[in-house]
Design a protein around this ligand. Structure first.
Ligand code: NDP
Ligand code: 1BO
Length: 317
């Protein structure tokens, strides 16, 4: 049984969901169907992943066949950076809803605190961005608030927001963000951010919990440690008779966060789901927490090309 975390209105998000970044069209539909069969009820999607249509078909088949009810599912999607201008937000959300074949999302997130020109899918040069003055985060957020008011998404939140960016939004928003989805694994515990989230009732979702080993080569650096081979993690796994991946996922769930591992492999889907019921003891949690070294596998350096308004200082503070 997957534990849940509660929103202020009583809605509950399963603490473990299926990530879908890099799950290619042609394989993602089968992965979603197998995940549903195994008992996953939470799916993490995004327009930029380019696979929402196939996920939508898989969800529609499962709902249509009676295998699962819409209200038993938790579906998150994200607004891409090239739709931050206030008139672009609702059309982007409506496209995601059409692709996913849904009337509403459970959660809609601003994917990054970064704005690109509408015609740019992924920036290659500084001129591809809109500056924070040209596309203020507060205006993008106000459009998300309108989407929530209209019932198109039941909850709204952000992603890749540092403590400083999150605090700024908390200080000014009419509807406070309810989730912040960020990278987190034992090498990047983000304790300050987690504390801030807890203080304001913001649910913390951990992405890339396994170190994102399949991320594109352009997002990798030569010195990344192989997270699932870390001796402390392997030793805790051996002690409990579980895999290193399960140790990592159990750590995230046991510290009260939501976690969204990606897999398209049936045996791993099952293994990852089972990790949500693993209880690590205080000693294990302390040993894992001691690994914290502020190491990001997804450091956002790809936004920081020469002349970009979105420096690493802007992003992470
Ligand atoms: P993960 O850390 O989830 O790692 C995914 C990789 O691990 C895949 O190669 C997968 O292989 C492999 N894997 C999965 N389970 C196991 C296992 N039990 N044992 C060994 N290997 C395993 O990386 P992601 O970066 O994909 O992060 C997860 C999700 O978080 C994303 O898919 C996305 O939904 C979200 N995310 C959000 C971001 C944001 O900006 N908001 C940024 C990054 C991620 P295989 O699929 O072949 O089984
Ligand atoms: C730039 C990568 C985004 C994944 O969610």
């Amino acid at each position: 049984m997957v534990p849940t975390l509660k929103f202020a209105n009583g809605d509950q998000i399963p603490a473990l969901g299926l990530g879908t970044w890099k799950s290619d069209p042609g394989e993602v539909g089968a992965a979603v169907k197998e995940a549903l069969r195994l008992g996953y009820r939470h799916f993490d999607c995004a327009a930029v992943y380019g696979n929402e249509k196939e996920i939508g078909t898989a969800l529609a088949e499962a709902i249509g066949s009676g295998a699962v009810k819409r209200e038993e599912l938790w579906i998150t999607s994200k607004l891409w950076n090239n739709a931050h201008l206030k008139d672009d937000v609702l059309p982007a959300l409506r496209q995601t809803l059409a692709d996913l074949q849904l009337d509403y999302l459970d959660l809609y997130l601003m994917h990054w605190p970064i704005a690109q020109r509408p015609e740019v899918s992924f920036p290659e040069k500084a001129a591809d961005f809109l500056s924070p003055d040209e596309a203020p985060l507060a205006e993008t957020w106000a459009a998300l608030e309108e989407a929530a008011d209209a019932g198109l998404c039941h909850h709204i939140g952000v992603s890749n927001f540092s403590p400083r960016r999150l605090q700024q939004l908390l200080d000014t928003a009419r509807r406070a963000p309810e989730v912040n989805q960020v990278e987190s694994q034992p090498l990047l515990a983000q304790n300050d951010l987690l504390d801030l989230c807890r203080k304001h009732g913001v649910i913390f979702t951990a992405y890339s919990p396994l170190g994102s080993p399949d991320r594109p080569a352009r997002l990798q650096r030569g010195n990344d440690p192989p997270l699932m081979k870390a001796p402390v993690i392997e030793a805790i796994g051996r002690k409990h008779g579980i895999t290193p991946a399960q140790v990592l996922l159990a750590w995230a769930v046991c510290r009260g966060t939501v976690v969204i591992p990606k897999s398209v492999t049936p045996a791993r889907l099952q293994e990852n789901l089972a990790a949500a019921s693993v209880e690590l003891n205080t000693e294990d949690m302390a040993a894992l927490s001691a690994l914290d070294q502020d190491h990001r596998f997804l450091d956002g350096a790809f936004w920081g090309m020469d002349g970009s308004p979105y420096t690493m200082e802007y992003l992470w503070g």
